[in-house]
Design a protein around this ligand. Structure first.
Ligand SMILES: Cc1cc2nc3c(=O)[nH]c(=O)nc-3n(C[C@H](O)[C@H](O)[C@H](O)COP(=O)(O)OP(=O)(O)OC[C@H]3O[C@@H](n4cnc5c(N)ncnc54)[C@H](O)[C@@H]3O)c2cc1C
Length: 271
């Protein structure tokens, strides 16, 4: 098998919690590829790369010569920059993430030549509000969208509904809280599903992200009910959430956006 060259380097790694990190990577030759906010890159490592001790041991029988590739949404802005930022959760039984979590700054990985994806704001009319719903690392594409364009259209309202088990798994809370303070057109609604595990009492919303939509928290923050006529909803993360939210929204007159059939629900499933 042809040897695949590891063509990018880890320039920074920020551990937010055990098994949750922000990873900044830079191509070794040439500029950071051009992309649109919301798109994903493909990164990879050979099976011979070590696994973090936090992960489960490898299943026996796997081909030791294989090259493992996976898609990751880009969290950095789609402006000229020096790195691509990824927001990654460890799947302990997984193939690639245990190896990504063993990487330290200065070590190499493979970055695919193409950054692609249709989960972008490109087809959202300028007069529509945007609600971004995430579970876990599903926040990544929204960070890129907000960091790139929150100030471009002050009339458009943006909201992030971010759900995780614990407050420490939410990610980017300081940045999003600050953004909500300084941008009148931005609402940030975090929610945790296991508040009993919190070391100090969690004063925010509890449950699943779906309940922020159903329970009226967003409606209250926006000062009106978001409707299919004026709002596009982005869904990113676990299939349980994206499927549940899609059911909820289609029941309220929203349509799934498809090629050739514009709609107001945009979906990116992580698995
Ligand atoms: C378009 C796209 C963008 C993505 N962006 C991101 C991203 O920004 N950050 C990120 O962490 N992942 C992202 N993913 C998921 C990523 O591609 C991998 O599937 C994930 O990192 C697991 O890889 P693995 O090789 O360790 O696990 P695998 O060996 O591939 O095992 C996959 C199994 O692990 C479970 N799984 C996969 N992802 C998760 C998860 N996030 N949480 C819990 N269980 C999971 C599922 O059961 C899945 O069947 C994205 C996926 C797609 C399709």
């Amino acid at each position: 098998m042809k040897k695949i060259e590891l063509n990018a380097v880890v320039t920074q790694r920020i551990d937010l919690a055990p098994g949750l990190m922000v990873l900044r990577i830079t191509p070794e030759s040439g500029p950071v590829p051009i992309f649109q906010s919301g798109q994903f890159a493909v990164v990879g490592l050979p099976a011979a790369a070590p696994r973090t001790p936090l992960a489960d041991p490898e299943e026996p029988g796997a081909d030791p010569e294989r090259f493992i590739r996976r898609a990751y949404s880009i969290a950095s802005p789609s402006l000229p920059g020096e790195h691509l930022e990824l927001f990654v959760t460890l799947v302990r039984s997984g193939e690639l993430t245990p190896r990504l979590f063993a990487l330290q700054p200065g070590q190499k990985l493979w970055l695919g030549p193409k950054i692609t994806g249709l989960f972008t704001l490109a087809e959202v009319p300028a007069d529509q509000d945007v609600v971004m719903v995430a579970t876990g690392t599903g926040l990544a594409p929204y960070m890129s969208m907000l960091r790139t364009g929150i100030t471009a259209n002050p009339k458009r309202r943006f909201a992030v509904l971010s759900g995780a088990r614990h407050s420490w798994d939410l990610g980017y809370t300081a940045e999003l809280t600050t953004l909500a303070r300084v941008c009148p057109n931005f609402t940030y609604l975090p929610i945790v599903s296991r508040p009993k595990d919190e070391p100090t009492a969690w004063g925010g919303a509890t449950g699943y992200v779906q309940s922020l939509w159903e329970g009226g928290a967003l409606e209250k923050a926006f000062g009106k009910r978001p409707l299919a006529a004026d709002t596009h909803v982005f869904l990113c993360g676990s299939p349980l959430m994206t499927e549940d939210m899609t059911r909820l929204l289609t029941g309220q007159g929203f349509l799934v956006h498809e090629k050739g059939r514009p709609g107001q629900i945009h979906v990116e499933k992580y698995w």
